[in-house]
Write a protein that binds this ligand. Structure first.
Ligand code: BGC
Length: 887
């Protein structure tokens, strides 16, 4: 028996911590079934502090995010902590490394190249170098770095670390992240050189759509680095960026996140970041005004290259171009290995799809997504852009030098995203559903690039709040998102405090899009922290987000007024209802006010529940009552006495049912029946957008219409979840019909092939189809409740919960259902099988069997009658759902 996987909050062991009192978690390994922890002992060894280790005892069962029981670790400290519990061995030590916590710990200046790259975007990237002289080789050296823009640090002639797009994107004027690198082995006695490549990035590059913004955070790039050296005798020395640094234009003659990058390898000043280099043409730097109090340590993992994809097919297009197919749509960029004459230019253009056999770049709008490499000549060269990222599956390559050999061997797709830990898996006997699930995962990672973005390819890539609001539960199953999302929530709270309401995307930059409070989007303020709490068990995230959650609910209550209906002002509503015409995604059939009031009820309820979890009893009572009032107002205004919802749409019913907005069991059952009838009427096609889609299957299954939920899930014609799969999609699309059945791209000017929002249905696959759901925050109690159907013969879900691996798998044969569930140590499960009373089981592996006869093993499908066209035609004749009800 031993404690394993000891880790500080939200980051891996050894990663930089932004607190001296990190909460600690561990799991139990090798313990008997049914084990629960009686007590745990923690042992702390502080690096460089002589004396016996400190110990602390924690009574009881807590093993998740346990409060730091020692005196705080100071800035820059390193330590090791071990854990044991009654009868166990000590765990392996977990390394803790504290960052620079106070503004006063920083002496380094924010320096800007002088002169800085200027002119229109995309601008050149710059090089910066500074010398430090060490009296002897260090015992330990840590380099803390950040930038206004994007930086790649170098030491003594070589790159440091593998962090991409450093320092990521936060609301820079409130919070600027720094990273740290252990450079002990890279430094020597005497002269050493520190350097950085520096480009505009989000700080002053092209960001946004409809022309976007430039220089949003400032008109000068900057770099800040502080080297902390400890010598073998324990003495310390600090070297910060200062006015002695030098700068020059780099070989990157243009770098933009959307535009792409041009690199002229002939212009590389060889050895520029190594000792002994000197070039009188280099300029100097200026010291910029900078508030060190804005510096924060990362809370989640950085962006890294996580996978490499090879060329699947080399295509010659009808117009004679060479296009590489990597078989998977994702975010990243290409690495080239090539040889050729000096000055030869290779041009790379990227796109998600082909249209008429050629690269389909129209959806990219103003993102040129074009990289160019100018060869240095004289041997093999390897190159990958540094300061750009593209969303693509196909790349058109022009100018590939003949001397490089076969193109397929010289080009690699380097997949980039926030390097989150994978936690959740799912599979079933239905290969199309399996591919859908894989598409959801790729859609997620392609858009978890430091910020939860809407899409990775066009001139947008913004942290649209509504998208992550609906997707957060799914994301938090697939990957450990706690640090990533808690960091983003801090930006949300900071922007909200500045603007007075939750903006449409975070970080916020002004665009032509009206930034006003919108339901669903603003509700991310409650939906996201709640998802992180529910899935990860982290009450701290709720505590940190609480003011932001309450402020959002108060904002909406003020807009709604005493009637408790948010029925005034513009709404994005059920955005991208498939019946809306391509050029007007706002034209949903469900009224914006109904969606808005439904989400107000949901947010008020989440707030009340959060207050209660945090022991804020007065708020819990107050907002609980408010939530009841909103429900009553919704019910009175939008639900008829016999349980019909006034907007006769799938979304209206799904919201009303899933958010508990219909009072009375009988009326609820009637509404569920009505939803099932609507779904059948649409020939089992989806007719909901962002607001309703995540809830549809749950609303059907929860209302006793599991068959209809499976029908909807397994429909293959448009609009449906599986239609894109049948079209060869490898990610989730923004629109149900981003690609039309004839292979042309949707004519709307907003068409991405990599948007995660509609993939929120995967949560239903996990919780209901396979049957693995949290019954208590952090899966301390698991709900094992599979609901087989849809002709599936087996399904399984596997999740690394905070307590360890849990799984549920089932198999159906000959009217018998066999279920296997693994409950990790320290957790328990409620088992709820079809036709059987609920039972509670302790940790361990459990097998169950029961009689189970599905309504139909493989339900007959009604013929598909072009439901999409029918729905559109119907939408054109019904201006409001209410007219429909009165018929
Ligand atoms: C984005 C969406 C977003 C929406 C809201 C779009 O351009 O891509 O995902 O939520 O705008 O208006």
């Amino acid at each position: 028996m031993r404690a394993v996987d000891v880790r500080p909050e939200h980051v891996s062991p050894g990663a930089l911590l932004g607190t001296g009192t990190p909460r600690l978690s561990w799991r139990a390994d090798g313990v008997p079934d049914g084990w629960t922890q009686e007590w745990a002992e923690l042992e702390l060894t502080r690096d460089g502090v002589p004396g016996a280790p400190e110990t602390a005892r924690v009574e009881g069962t807590a093993q998740l995010l346990v409060a730091w029981p020692f005196a705080p670790l100071p800035s820059g400290a390193a330590a090791g902590v071990r854990v044991r519990f009654a009868g166990s061995d000590w765990s392996e030590p977990c390394a803790l490394r504290v960052g620079l916590l106070a503004a006063s710990d920083w002496t380094a200046a924010m320096i800007s190249p002088e002169p800085d790259a200027a002119g229109p975007t995309p601008r050149p990237a710059m090089l910066l170098r500074g010398q430090v002289s060490l009296r002897e080789a260090p015992a330990r050296a840590t380099w803390y770095v950040t930038a206004r823009g994007l930086a790649t640090p170098e030491v003594n002639g070589g790159r440091v670390g593998d962090v991409e797009l450093l320092p990521g994107w936060t609301s820079y004027h409130h919070r600027l992240r720094y990273y740290s690198f252990d450079v002990t082995d890279r430094l020597a006695a005497g002269a050493n050189v520190l350097g950085a490549w520096l480009a505009d990035g989000w700080y002053r590059g092209f960001v946004g759509f409809e022309g976007g913004v430039r220089n949003h955070y400032g008109d000068r790039t900057g770099f800040l680095g502080q080297l902390e050296v400890t010598y073998p005798d324990g003495t310390r020395e600090t070297f910060g960026t200062d006015a002695s640094w030098r700068s020059a234009t780099s070989p990157i003659t243009a770098a933009g996140l959307y535009e792409g990058e041009t690199h002229d390898a002939r212009a590389l000043p060889v050895g520029w970041s190594a000792p002994g280099f000197d070039d009188a043409r280099w300029g100097g730097v200026s010291v910029a005004d900078f508030d060190h109090a804005t510096l924060v340590a990362p809370e989640g993992p950085p962006v890294r290259c996580t996978a490499e994809l090879g060329v699947v097919e080399v295509i010659t297009t009808p117009s004679g171009k060479t296009v590489l197919d990597f078989g998977q749509n994702a975010a990243g960029r290409l690495r080239l290995r090539l040889r050729g004459p000096a000055g030869a230019v290779v041009t790379l253009r990227h796109a998600e799809v082909l249209e008429n056999g050629e690269l389909g770049t129209r959806p990219l709008r103003q993102a040129a997504a074009t990289d160019r490499y100018v060869l240095a000549g004289g041997g093999e060269e390897t190159w990958e852009p540094r300061f750009t990222i593209h969303g693509f599956r196909y790349a058109e390559v022009a100018g590939w030098p003949a001397a490089s050999g076969p193109i397929a061997e010289g080009v690699t797709f380097r997949v980039l995203h926030s390097d989150l830990e994978r936690t959740g898996h799912w599979a079933s006997s239905d290969e199309l559903l399996n591919r859908l699930h894989e598409n959801v995962r790729w859609g997620m990672v392609s858009n978890f690039v430091d910020v939860p973005t809407d899409c990775p390819q066009r001139d947008e890539r913004l942290g649209w709040t509504g998208d992550i609001g609906v997707f957060a539960p799914t994301a938090s199953y697939l990957y450990d998102t706690a640090g990533f999302l808690s960091s983003w929530l801090k930006d949300l709270a900071a922007e909200q405090a500045e603007l007075g309401f939750v903006p449409i995307y975070v970080p916020y930059v002004p665009t032509v899009f009206p930034n006003i409070p919108y339901a669903v989007w603003g509700d991310a303020a409650t939906l996201v922290p709640w998802a992180v709490y529910e899935r990860g068990g982290d009450l701290g995230v709720l505590a940190d987000a609480y003011d932001s959650m309450r402020d959002w609910v108060d904002t909406v209550l003020a807009l709604a007024g005493p009637g408790r209906l948010w029925d005034r002002g513009a709404q994005l509503g059920d955005w991208l209802d498939p019946t809306a015409p391509p050029e007007d995604p706002l034209q949903a059939r469900t009224s914006g006010e109904l969606v808005a009031t439904a989400y107000l009820a949901r947010s008020a309820r989440i707030l009340a529940d959060s207050a209660s979890a945090l022991g804020r009893d007065a708020d819990a009572a107050r907002y609980g009552a408010v939530a009841d009032e909103v429900v009553a107002a919704f019910d009175a205004a939008y639900v008829t006495p016999d349980g019909r919802v006034v907007d006769t749409t799938q979304t209206a019913y799904a919201l009303a049912l899933e958010f508990g907005l219909i009072r009375g069991d009988e009326r609820r059952a009637l509404a569920a029946g009505r939803l099932a009838a609507l779904v059948e009427e649409s020939n089992f096609h989806i007719s909901s957008g962002f607001a309703g889609t995540p809830l549809l299957c749950d609303a059907l299954a929860g209302g006793g219409h599991l068959d209809e939920a499976y029908h909807l899930l397994q429909t293959r014609t448009c609009p449906s979840w599986l239609y894109p799969v049948t079209m060869g999609a490898t990610t989730v699309w923004e629109r149900w019909d981003s690609m039309l059945p004839d292979g042309t791209i949707n004519p709307g000017d907003m068409t991405s092939f990599n948007h995660y929002a509609l993939g929120a249905v995967a949560d239903f696959l996990h919780r209901v189809v396979a049957g693995l759901a949290p019954a208590e925050p952090g899966y301390r109690t698991i709900l094992v409740a599979p609901r087989p159907g849809g002709g599936l013969t087996w399904a399984s879900a596997r999740l690394r919960t905070p307590y360890g691996e849990a799984s549920v798998s089932w198999e159906r044969a000959g009217g018998r259902l066999s279920v296997r569930a693994v409950v990790p140590p320290g957790a328990s499960a409620i088992v709820d099988l079809p036709g059987r009373p609920r039972a509670v089981v302790a940790s361990g592996t459990h097998a169950f069997e029961c009689d189970y006869r599905a309504a139909e093993a493989d339900p007959p499908r009604p013929p598909d009658l072009g439901a999409f066209d029918r729905l559109r035609a119907r939408a054109a004749t019904v201006t409001s759902g209410r007219a429909d009800v009165k018929e």
